[in-house]
Design a protein around this ligand. Sequence first.
Ligand code: FPP
Length: 244
Amino acid sequence: MSGMADGKSADKCARHVAIIMDGNGRWAQLRGRPRLFGHRAGAKRVREIVEACPDLGVEYLTIFAFSTENWKRTQTEVSGLMSLFKHYILKEARSLAEAGVCVRFIGDRHRLEPKLVTLMGELEQITQDNTRVNLTIALNYGGRDEVARAVKRMALDIEAGKICAQDVSENTLTRYLDTHVLPDPDLVIRTSGEARVSNFLLWQAAYSEYEFVKTLWPDFTREIFAQIVGDFAHRDRRFGAVKS
Ligand code: FPP
């Protein structure tokens, strides 16, 4: 993306940043409030981070909003989160569209309530021609689930004679993933001090750099984001090769 504020060379930029937004529950607990209070505060952080992307050379931002494992939380928390997602889309759709953000969702939509799925589709549709920032929201997403769904679709195409089993390669499978239009993430950030991958972008992040920060997601600011993305430029990425 052109127009980077500090003139950093584009090849050193984190073109695609993915974030595991962790720590909402603890943030709320520290304030003696229910967990949903933390999730609402977390949702408010998203806009600031999306807005910071163009100046930092970040073209793609992918955020983990709800995992395939998050259904194990209490019914109150799960339904509160689902309401929050609907509310977020209704409230933010217009400003995201006007800010030039192209929004996509990844994950399995089948288990989500129809009203939410409709809102997700509408937001994707009204923002599909935008190019300033690509925001991907992972909702009912799990890396293993995504690969299993991709393999299933690919197997059906093999069965139907559309592709030949002998021709299957890494690239073939990549095309069946939810993320098929996205580049692999350069950098994955996880907040709240936990150093785990938690089933996020398992295939895509094979060569990503990871940054684990102690900050809880509702306290994550544009400045912290800029610092991490800036530091990324100094990392030595070899993709399995030897440094020349
Ligand atoms: C992890 O914190 C966070 C989640 C499971 C939900 C993430 C959702 C948001 C940030 C808000 C909504 C986002 C959008 C796009 C509207 P946690 O609950 O596991 O925190 P804890 O580890 O402190 O308990």
